[in-house]
Ligand binder design. Structure first.
Ligand SMILES: Cc1ncc(COP(=O)(O)O)c(C=O)c1O
Length: 434
């Protein structure tokens, strides 16, 4: 069988490394198979690299491409609107249209501001929460990812499960060197999905805590759904203690429903962050929230700014993406296709004698090699065979099916039944060969 060639990518990577740190522009892009790959173009559910390889893409560029690569309506809208100007250091009508749209679709979106990415929108939410409550810390959960700024780089990683120590008082590790040492004190970190622990912690420390931030589905480690009553429990505790409940919907937004996870689960946070799928790959995010919180920005008690915010192409991309999602209503299909793929992977693994756990909602899900029947928090993600996962991802890549290295799959509105069947067939081959 002809082996996949990555020769041109390897040459370009050597060239890139001379001028770009590790040849890439984001840490996560280093970890492709067999190394960072250079792509030429993407169309629909397919992406193409410089060596001429065509991949069926389930990475969707880490989530944004909910309507697939190069959706014609998005491109047309971006081009048309960019021709009228790029950015005005002033307001424009489509910005209001986008805000009105989010206001209609997202339960908590009474008032909002647009930013460029998830990380800075998270940062804005913390600032609002501190200003309103007069308290300093936020409570976050082990293994959740809220971007790469200093105070959220504590608690998202750990060298081992043993190193995490007790559940009640976890050890917290820095994800990077160079963080401000005070930034560690900004957060209190707990294991996720354990309402009793949150309750006990708040009883003792609620006077220090301005906000609780959570991914409503723990997409970044294992794609773990919230336990029955967990999100409602957080909502009740935040009400009880005057704490901001922040949903980080950077992944779940526009993916679980047009109104995000908050609409899907019927729990309304005080503030939430939307990014990724909101803009089809154009840099736009939103911090949205209830008026009583967001009015601090209105009153300029909290400063939020940014030269590039809500520039024409990003707003046009977001409006066009939402228009496609509204017209096509792909959610039922995305759930159905996701579940079909999850089922197919489970069955193929079982027939080949591999212990896998596949969990998630459908539009996004995760595969791990483990005998565990479920994974409920970050600590349980350590009891998996990472080497086997790497082998699986690499073999899938060689068969031209592209999956995120940590085992996460995203379904888009343009994946078809044939795409899903093709992926299952390739996975079957890989499981049998492993
Ligand atoms: C849940 C979550 N929050 C925040 C972020 C940070 O967003 P960005 O990379 O746009 O800064 C990410 C990025 O992957 C994310 O998955």
């Amino acid at each position: 069988m002809k082996t996949t060639s990555y020769k041109k990518s390897a040459e370009l990577l050597d060239r890139a490394k001379k001028v770009l740190a590790s040849g890439v522009s984001s840490e996560f892009r280093k970890y492709n198979h067999p190394h960072a790959i250079f792509y030429t173009h993407g169309k629909g559910s397919r992406i193409y690299d410089v060596d001429g390889n065509e991949y069926l893409d389930f990475t969707l560029s880490q989530g944004p491409l909910i309507v697939g690569h190069s959706h014609p309506h998005v491109l047309k809208s971006v081009n048309e609107y960019s021709e009228q100007g790029q950015i005005f250091a002033g307001q424009h009508i489509r910005e209001i249209e986008l805000a009105e749209k989010l206001n209609k679709l997202i339960p908590s979106a009474e008032l909002m501001r647009f930013c460029l990415d998830g990380s800075e929108a998270v940062h804005t939410a913390f600032r609002v929460a501190r200003a309103k409550t007069g308290k300093q810390k936020f409570l976050r959960f082990e293994g959740h990812y809220h971007g790469w700024l200093d105070n959220v780089c504590w608690g998202n990683s750990a060298p081992s499960v043993e190193a995490l120590g007790s559940r009640e008082n976890p050890e917290v590790f820095a994800w990077s060197q160079g963080l401000s040492s005070q930034s560690k004190d900004d957060s209190i970190v707990l294991p996720w999905n354990d309402l009793e622990l949150v309750k006990l912690t708040l009883e003792k420390r609620h006077e220090e805590i301005a906000a609780i931030i959570t991914e409503p589905v723990m997409c970044n480690s294992g794609c773990i759904p919230p336990k029955e009553g967990f999100l409602q429990g957080l909502r009740d505790l935040c009400n009880q203690y005057g704490i901001a409940l922040i949903f980080d919907e950077v992944i779940t937004g526009f993916r679980l429903s047009l109104g995000g996870a908050q609409k899907y689960f019927g729990i309304t946070p005080d503030m939430s962050i939307f990014a990724k799928a909101m803009g089809s790959g154009y840099p736009i995010s939103a911090i949205v929230g209830k008026r009583e919180w967001m009015s601090l920005i209105e009153e300029a008690k909290v400063i939020h700014a940014g030269t590039m915010n809500s520039c024409n192409p990003t707003v046009a991309a977001s409006l066009a993406t939402i228009e496609v999602l509204e017209q096509e209503q792909p959610y039922e299909r995305m759930f159905r296709l996701g579940k079909k793929l999850m089922e197919g992977l489970r069955l193929s693994a079982k027939e080949a004698g591999h212990d896998v756990l596949i969990q998630g909602m459908g539009p996004m899900f995760n595969i791990s090699f483990t005998t565990q029947e479920s994974i409920n928090d970050f600590r349980e993600t350590f009891n998996v065979d990472k080497a086997k996962l790497n082998q699986f991802i690499a073999a899938m890549h060689n068969k031209k099916v592209r999956v995120i290295g940590r085992g996460l799959w995203y379904i888009s509105a343009v994946h078809t039944d044939e795409d899903i069947e093709h992926a299952i067939e390739k996975a079957k081959e890989v499981f049998n060969e492993m």
